[in-house]
Write a protein of this length. Structure first.
Length: 322
């Protein structure tokens, strides 16, 4: 799931938060802060390293990230944050659907290099504006959170409302700071198992789904297990909900939809004719998503035209045919 913590100056992240965050997201950590007119970055894998830097930066405004890998190699290069140009760095929590050009890169690395960096290099003044936050929010959907810091230490968070405020800090989710889950949901409640009976973390959402009891274990598989449950943030009602796995729906670019909110509500769509990039940023989120689903070529043409890129959807179709 990953975790981002926005720690204002003069605040201290509880050690239990950091410990659980690294346990739950054990594919590397990163921390960034502004110092002497530039963003300083440290990365690592061990809890003691993160704790050391968090303690040092109590009086600094810092952003902390703990990674749970869903794509790309598990190495220091794929630990967040990523540079995105003009002295700005970015962290991400979620999963972005984006074509993969490099197997070693994570989805966040692809997004940083091919989407965010070109935008900021062409329009550097866009950082810190509602337009920048709105555009990226529309592109990644409410299931993703992005956190940026520039050389002056100015922080901008995309989809901030989808996170939580705790002890004067902002967290991209609250589950990552809880003790690792050691059990399985089944009809009638939660049954706990020893750690050697549990599978490794599920890459997508961090639940430990036990699929087989260790041979010779004194604990037996409950006979009334009917199905596994998962907890996600519903992109529609904004509630963190636990429900049977097969009752969740996932819409690309939107996120998970809980059983109560699915099928999706009917949405009012507007015509893309004569719209500008700014007009798109002012549309209600669901209306814009509907446009992207219904008229992807028209939306791509609007974006490409204002970015000075020639876009011909027919050319893409011809490439597919060849």
């Amino acid at each position: 799931m990953c975790l981002i913590i926005d720690k204002p100056e003069g605040t201290s992240v509880p050690e239990t938060w950091l410990h659980n965050a690294v346990k739950n997201n054990d594919d590397g950590w990163g921390i960034m802060w502004s110092e002497n007119g530039k963003v300083r970055v440290e990365k690592g894998f061990k809890f003691r390293g993160l704790r050391k830097w968090a303690d040092k930066l109590t009086e600094k405004h810092a952003l902390i990230h703990c990674r749970l890998a869903t794509s790309g190699k598990k190495n220091i290069e794929n630990c967040h944050p990523y540079p995105v140009g003009n002295g700005i760095w970015m962290m991400h929590n979620g999963i972005i659907s984006i074509p993969s050009e490099h197997d070693d890169w994570s989805d966040t690395k692809h997004f940083a290099e091919y989407c965010v960096r070109p935008m900021l290099m062409k329009y550097p003044a866009m950082y810190g504006t509602p337009l920048f936050e709105g555009l990226l929010g529309y592109f990644v959907g409410t299931g993703n959170k992005l956190a940026f810091m520039n050389a002056e230490g100015e922080v901008q968070i995309v989809n901030k409302k989808q996170g939580v405020e705790k002890e004067g800090m902002w967290l991209s989710n609250s589950s990552s700071i809880l003790a690792p889950f050691k059990g399985i949901y089944y009809q009638g409640g939660v049954r706990s198992y020893s750690s050697d009976e549990l599978d490794t973390w599920n890459d997508d959402w961090g639940w430990r789904h036990r699929t087989q009891i260790t041979a010779g274990s004194s604990t037996t598989t409950p006979t009334n297990v009917v199905q596994l449950y998962s907890t996600h943030l519903c992109a529609m009602c904004k509630a963190t909900t636990t429900a049977p796995e097969d009752e969740w729906e996932y819409l690309q670019g939107v996120g998970y939809i809980c059983p109560v909110c699915f099928p999706p509500l009917e949405k009012d769509l507007v015509k893309p004719d004569e719209l500008s990039l700014y007009d798109l940023s002012q549309l209600p989120m669901e209306a814009l998503r509907g446009l992207v689903r219904e008229k992807p070529d028209e939306i791509a043409l609007i974006i490409a035209t204002e970015c000075g890129v020639m876009y011909d959807p027919k050319a893409d179709d011809d490439k597919d045919i060849d």
